[in-house]
Design a protein around this ligand. Sequence first.
Ligand SMILES: [Zn+2]
Length: 73
Amino acid sequence: MACPFCHREATTPIAFTWWGGVLGPKLLHHVKCTDCGKGYNGSTQRPNTRAIGVYIGVVLAAAVAIGILFAQR
Ligand SMILES: [Zn+2]
């Protein structure tokens, strides 16, 4: 698998990220290029930028929904 940014084949799996905690990188197959240090999707070999945005949006929406649910009780 090659890095979409620098096209080299050096990757490290990521176990934890600031945006997705432990679950996020697993769901998005997030890996990191050891050469340029950028993260991307290891199964599609494309940048995860959009997927991360969607993931954060879903997590925030879920957090707000849960907050509203608890505030109504
Ligand atoms: Zn790279």
